[in-house]
Design a protein around this ligand. Structure first.
Ligand code: C5P
Length: 233
């Protein structure tokens, strides 16, 4: 079946079934908008398994997503959606770009979850934008944005609890949303250690892509350990 789209970490294919796509997770890992790039054998499998498990948990808790089913170690079937060019970031603890941008100390816990919107546009380096920019750029209607924000915060409630049970802290994450042909807004893309920051509650050890960004350990071993913890739930 024909390739629809190839991104940094995934390939998306058409299927014979109308409205259903096949996603293949790749072994490629990038950081800094592609500035750092490597192949890591086994990463596609881990992110597919982790994303499938997380989308399954979210569904049980009432958060619907594009995910239909995992069909192999590296592939899953999803509902076809048009992705909003928006990266929705939710932060519980300060880390990464917000420390540089606003001077928060890494590890500072926010009183309530902080939601940020970034315009998904590589050429512009995915800038931080406001609700007014979302309207101005016709990215989403006010009503759609409101649904997106509500769902993003629901994801936070569910996943923060899950991580807590695993003795981990959900520091922050990035999610994306899409819209089906009949207008349903769905959580899409992936939720994995590539797109989240996850710390050990006591040691603050990373279980996420920061080990690759900061060269502090083996990405595959880190993701494998996280997957095993998730499986033990
Ligand atoms: O870089 P920053 O601190 O803004 O990232 C916040 C969260 O969003 C992190 O968990 C990071 O992994 C994720 N993110 C992502 N893809 C991007 C930018 C950020 O998954 N393009």
């Amino acid at each position: 079946m024909s390739l629809l789209y190839e991104g940094k970490a995934k390939r998306v294919f058409n299927t014979e079934q109308e409205g259903i796509l096949r996603i293949e997770y790749k072994d490629e890992v990038t950081a800094g908008n592609g500035a750092k790039k490597d192949e890591m054998i086994g990463k596609g499998r881990l992110n597919n398994l982790i994303t499938s498990k997380i989308f399954g948990i979210l569904k049980q808790k009432g958060v619907s997503s594009h995910f239909i089913e995992q069909i192999s170690d590296t592939e899953q079937l999803v509902k076809s959606v048009d992705i909003f060019p928006l990266e929705v970031v939710v932060r519980n603890v300060a880390a990464g770009s917000i420390c540089k941008r606003l001077g928060f100390e890494k590890g500072h816990t926010f009183k309530q979850p902080l939601l940020e919107l970034f315009f998904k546009k590589d050429e512009l380096n995915d800038p931080l934008i406001t609700d007014d920019h979302v309207a101005l750029l016709n990215i989403a209607s006010t009503e759609q944005l409101s649904t997106i924000k509500d769902e993003a915060l629901k994801v936070n409630e569910v996943l923060s609890k899950v991580m807590n049970e695993m003795n981990l802290i959900l520091v922050d994450y990035k999610i994306e949303f899409g819209i089906t042909k009949d207008g349903q807004i769905l959580l899409a893309d992936e939720i994995s250690p590539d797109t989240c920051r996850i710390w050990d509650k006591e040691t603050k050890e990373n279980f996420d892509k920061d080990v690759y960004r900061e060269d502090t350990g083996s990405l595959i071993d880190t993701y494998e350990t996280f997957y095993k913890k998730l499986e033990e739930l």
